[in-house]
Write a protein that binds this ligand. Structure first.
Ligand code: ADP
Ligand code: C5P
Ligand code: MG
Length: 199
C-alpha cells in the first residue's frame, strides 16, 4: 500500500459478508485459487492476535466469546498490516465491516471503497447446523454464543449490507446450496464481463 502523497494505485478490496457459518471462509479459499486475491479474515486475524500474546489478547478473547464486535481501531490495524505484508493489491476482506463503526472507520482511515460486496445469504437453521459441525475448536462455536452472534448479525451487520445495497454494490449469492454450486455463482461474479463466453 502507498504512503500518503505518493501516486500508487489504491488496492482492490472486496468485502465478503454473510452470517456466521454462511461459508465465507470456504468460498474465499476457492476465490484465492482461481482469481489471485489475498484472503484476509478479520476473525482469523483477531484469533491470531490472541495467540500472539498481544496486550489486547484478553479483551479480544472476551469479546469473541460473547459474540461482540471488537473496536474498529484494533481490527483495522490488523487488516492494514496484513495488506502491507501480503505484497498483493487485491484483497478479499472476510467478516468485515461487521457494523457501521467498522465501515465508517475503515473508509476514513484507508480511504478505500470496496469494488463490491459479496453477500452470502443463508437461512439461520442451515448456518447453525454448519457451525455446530465445524469442529475447529472455536470457543464461540457453541449454541449459546451462536445465538448471540446471530443477533449481532441481524442488528449490526445486516444494516451494513443494506448501506452498500443502496449504493448498488451488493452481489448477493444463495449460500444454502452445496459448496460447488455456490462457487459456480461466485465465479461468474469475479469473471470479467468480456471473458464471459455467451452460450
Ligand atoms: P464462515 O466463514 O462464513 O463462518 P465457513 O466457511 O467456516 O463459514 O463454513 C462453516 C462450516 O460450513 C464449515 O465447516 C464448512 O466446511 C461448511 N460449509 C461451508 N459452505 C458450505 C456449503 N455450501 N454447504 C455445506 N457446508 C458448508
Ligand atoms: O468472522 P468470524 O466468524 O471468524 O468472527 C468471529 C468473531 O470475531 C466475531 O463473532 C466477533 O466477535 C469477532 N469479529 C469482530 N470484528 C470483525 C470480525 C470478527 O469483532 N470485523
Ligand atoms: Mg470464517
Amino acid at each position: 500500500m502507498g504512503t500518503a502523497g505518493d501516486s500508487e494505485k489504491k488496492p482492490t478490496v472486496v468485502f465478503v459478508l454473510g452470517g456466521p457459518g454462511s461459508g465465507k471462509g470456504t468460498q474465499c479459499a476457492k476465490i484465492v485459487e482461481h482469481f489471485g486475491y489475498t484472503h484476509l479474515s478479520a476473525g482469523d486475524l483477531l484469533r491470531a492476535e490472541i495467540r500472539s500474546g498481544s496486550e489486547n489478547g484478553t479483551m479480544i478473547q472476551n469479546m469473541i466469546k460473547e459474540g461482540k464486535i471488537v473496536p474498529s481501531e484494533v481490527t483495522i490495524k490488523l487488516l492494514q498490516k496484513a495488506m502491507q505484508d501480503s505484497g498483493n493489491d487485491k484483497f478479499l476482506i472476510d467478516g468485515f465491516p461487521r457494523n457501521e463503526e467498522n465501515r465508517a472507520a475503515f473508509e476514513a482511515v484507508t480511504k478505500i471503497e470496496p469494488a463490491f460486496v459479496l453477500f452470502f445469504d443463508c437461512p439461520e437453521e442451515e448456518m447453525e447446523r454448519r457451525i455446530l459441525s465445524r469442529n475447529q475448536g472455536r470457543e464461540d462455536d457453541n449454541i449459546e454464543t451462536i445465538r448471540k452472534r446471530f443477533k449481532v448479525f441481524l442488528e449490526s451487520s445486516l444494516p451494513v449490507v443494506e448501506y452498500y445495497e443502496s449504493k448498488g454494490k451488493v452481489r448477493k449469492v444463495d449460500a444454502a446450496k452445496p459448496i460447488d454450486e455456490v462457487f459456480e455463482v461466485v465465479k461468474a461474479i469475479f469473471t470479467p464481463k468480456d471473458e464471459k463466453v455467451a452460450v
